[in-house]
Design a binder for this molecule. Structure first.
Ligand code: 0O2
Length: 221
């Protein structure tokens, strides 16, 4: 059995996390450029808020165990796609697809997976558009390809997800059926609120002759 040098393993893990931090910084810069430039041109931002996080060593370990992923840097890189995560919240559903298209269209971004839980919500009601992308990170002596998970959703979907997440942890995953049913109802209310707000905004934009991305959704929902 090959012995693992704990100092070497720690150094490898630190380097792994550093490359994910750089990948995160790169994609954050891209998102902030889109936000700023779009606001300058259209006097309107499809992005309400952007946040980022690096998964903790403990969460990486838990996810690796759940997926039966061997604890080597190669396996972790290949099997855990959300070590670096960015969450973008938008006012309207059409904007989530607009942001997806603007990011996916960039030459140095490769989209390797898309989960459209807006078009096809999870059974519990969760809605969000997830992209797994790869970006090249230029280090001093090599180029590393780093995966970043981008979650794009409306403010209303984000509110639902954050409350559901808290409830899920409070009950340690064993949420009572009555609460699950109410969460599902709340998710339906989120969809109807999103549709209503988008329609209202579209009407106001038409009246004012404004250029609104939501008056001509760029595909998708
Ligand atoms: P955290 O603490 O947010 O990081 P995969 O990674 O593809 O093997 P997974 O993780 O099921 O499988 O992928 P998926 O469905 O794309 O979910 C990834 C992330 O989406 C989760 O990460 C959550 O952030 C979010 N998410 C997915 N489903 C739900 C849900 O039902 N409710 C809420 N509130 N968030 C959800 P983590 O690692 O689970 O958690």
């Amino acid at each position: 059995v090959a012995r693992v040098d704990p100092f070497e393993a720690r150094d490898e893990f630190a380097r792994l996390m550093m490359s994910y931090k750089f990948g995160l910084d790169e994609v954050m810069t891209k998102v902030n450029i889109l936000k700023e430039e779009f606001t300058y041109i259209h006097d309107y931002s499809p992005i309400e808020h952007v946040g980022s996080r690096l998964k903790s060593a403990e969460s990486i370990l838990k996810k690796a165990q759940r997926k039966n992923c061997p604890l080597t840097v190669e396996h972790i890189r290949a099997q855990i796609s959300d070590i670096a995560g960015i969450r973008i919240t938008c006012s309207f559903v059409a904007d989530t697809y607009l942001i997806r298209d603007m990011l996916a269209g960039q030459d140095d971004i490769t989209v390797i997976d898309v989960k459209d839980y807006i078009a096809d919500p999870k059974p519990n009601g969760y809605q969000s558009l997830h992209l797994i992308v790869e970006v090249p990170v230029f280090m001093s002596d090599r180029v590393e390809t780093v995966r970043v998970e981008i979650q794009i959703r409306t403010v209303a979907m984000d509110f639902w997800a954050s409350v559901e997440h808290k409830i899920y942890y409070k009950y340690d995953g064993e949420v009572p059926d009555s609460l699950l049913a109410e969460l599902k109802e709340a998710a339906i209310a989120v969809t109807s609120l999103d549709m209503k707000m988008e329609r209202l905004y579209g009407e106001v934009a038409k009246l004012g002759g404004e250029s609104s991305s939501t008056t001509s959704p760029p595909g998708g929902a």
